[in-house]
Design a protein around this ligand. Structure first.
Ligand code: CO
Length: 275
């Protein structure tokens, strides 16, 4: 994400959280469609068209399209060394690729925004581990999204599980964010940090938590297109994102990976052997 913090955190009512769950669920359903049709030979531009149609058929608007007047597509499709914000293109996906599909929608005025990384066919065990650990780290972060914890607890948990434990690179330039009537709201949610620091979490704050984890260096650069973020060393990067509501005892995850994972497991072109 790329936004300037405004110094104002908004908390949602229960009714608003319910609407945000609907928006997040529409994203999950769209990513489930993607999980069903992914195979070698398909292009990310085809996936983009399918997602846009599905979203509009469900009376929602793709929120990334024309974001800040410049993002040209419905999805971000980030393949291999692309960290995030990859433009869909005409290159066919092939066996051994990993692809993060990130989608945002506006449904009844509320934003859903989340991402999932898929593995096409056979890949190195080192890549399987990167995908597995990044997804695990998302849940480590989500666990911290409870009342009276602080923003830094989320990043700390993600960084511990990825950088400290496995030596992976945690991207510093891009962070998670608050979510609501806007795609990017306060507070920023870094995937690194110190325990007990940052804003205190209160009930019904909705966050997009999105670890971007590199197999090698944490350093990234942006392509000439102004959006595509790549690893400096060309090694793979993985991105998972959930929409999460802060609650007293346990974070409430608004997005739904269970339907995506079921479709992923049913699709023999996709590699789920890391589960
Ligand atoms: Co996001």
């Amino acid at each position: 994400m790329t936004y300037r913090p405004k110094g104002m955190i908004t908390y949602k009512t229960e009714a608003e959280v319910a609407l945000m769950k609907d928006a997040a669920t529409l994203v999950s359903k769209t990513l489930t469609e993607v999980a069903t049709i992914l195979k070698p030979g398909i292009t990310t531009l085809q996936i983009d068209a399918l997602c846009e149609q599905f979203v509009r058929d469900h009376h929602a608007i793709p929120s990334f399209k024309n974001y800040q007047g410049t993002y040209p597509f419905t999805i971000c499709a980030s393949v291999n060394d692309v960290v995030v914000h990859g433009f869909p293109n005409k290159t066919e996906l092939k066996e051994g690729d990993i692809v993060s599909i990130d989608l945002g929608v506006i449904l009844k005025g509320w934003h859903g925004d989340h991402a999932y990384t898929f593995i096409i066919g056979e890949v190195d065990d080192t890549v399987l581990q990167l995908v597995k650990v990044t997804k695990e780290s998302l849940y480590k972060g989500v666990e911290q999204a409870i009342v009276n914890n602080r923003i830094g607890d989320i990043g700390f948990a993600i960084q511990e599980h990825t950088e400290k434990k496995y030596g992976y690179g945690v991207v510093r330039e891009l962070v998670g964010h608050g979510l609501g009537k806007n795609l990017h709201e306060d507070p920023q949610v870094p995937n690194y940090g110190k325990r007990g620091t940052g804003a205190k979490l209160k009930e019904n704050l909705v966050l997009a938590i999105e670890p971007m984890i590199n197999m090698g260096t944490k350093d990234v650069f942006t392509d000439k297109d102004g959006w595509t973020v790549r690893t400096k060393d060309g090694k793979p990067s993985v991105h998972f994102e959930h929409d999460v509501c802060v609650k007293r005892n346990q974070a409430l995850i608004l997005s739904d990976y269970s339907i995506i994972e079921a479709a992923e497991k049913a699709n023999t072109n996709l590699n789920t052997s890391y589960y």
